[in-house]
Design a protein around this ligand. Structure first.
Ligand SMILES: [Mg+2]
Length: 214
């Protein structure tokens, strides 16, 4: 995790209504729609300040009522952009339950399921991110997208070898945070991944927002 980015304690209480199990939400034998795992720090909260007009509140960085100055860097339109993707959003962040309490309301998202990271401190395979193995376990055989700023080729190789369904591990530039280019890449993959007929009349979020402030 980048230095200076807020990281809440990992042992927060979960939100029972929003969680569907520690390691997975798939019903045995059913491959549901793709999951979209979303990181927060370095994805929805970029390391650099956003342009004035798009920040929540539109004022300079400074502690808000939650006490976290970086919340000011959230883009309130990101919620709609994420909801426009054809998949099921899941928080994959150390914010865990606090993502629903603090981040979701600021960008117009409903409470989402979140990955409750295991506390067993099991060492990840060499070069593989500590989130990767728990995410694959949580996906429980469903196709998934993972948006994170710390993804590497080692993660892609490990997932390709361990996960039976298609998976897109998309790295976001942490300085910029999520952009229309990222969303367009995700939307394109979701539309064209193996075994999925192309949807009619779909406009990618990237295309829709291409003329926006990015
Ligand atoms: Mg991150």
């Amino acid at each position: 995790m980048p230095v200076g980015v807020y990281r809440p304690p990992r042992n927060r209480a979960r939100v029972p209504a929003c969680t569907t199990g520690r390691y997975g939400s798939a019903v045995a034998g059913r491959v549901g729609p793709p999951l979209i795992f979303v990181d927060i720090d370095g994805v929805l909260i970029p390391l650099r300040s956003r342009p004035y007009a798009v920040r929540v509140g539109g004022h300079d960085d400074g502690p808000d009522q939650h006490g976290n100055p970086l919340l000011d860097r959230l883009d309130p339109a990101d919620g709609d952009r994420l909801l426009a993707l054809p998949g099921e959003l899941v928080w994959a962040s150390t914010w865990m339950a606090e993502a629903n309490e603090v981040v979701a309301p600021r960008i117009g998202l409903p409470a989402l399921p979140f990955v409750d990271w295991p506390d067993d401190d099991e060492e990840p395979p060499r070069g593989v991110h500590w989130k990767t193995k728990p995410l694959v376990r949580w996906a429980a055989g469903r196709p998934f997208v993972w948006l994170d700023d710390e993804i590497s080729d080692a993660d892609r190789r490990w997932v390709a070898a361990q996960h039976p369904q298609p998976a897109l591990l998309h790295r976001v530039d942490p300085d910029r945070g999520l952009t229309w280019i990222d969303l367009a890449a995700v939307s394109r993959w979701l539309d064209h991944r193996p075994g999925v007929p192309q949807r009619r009349g779909h406009h990618s979020p990237g295309g829709r927002y291409a003329a926006a402030r990015w």
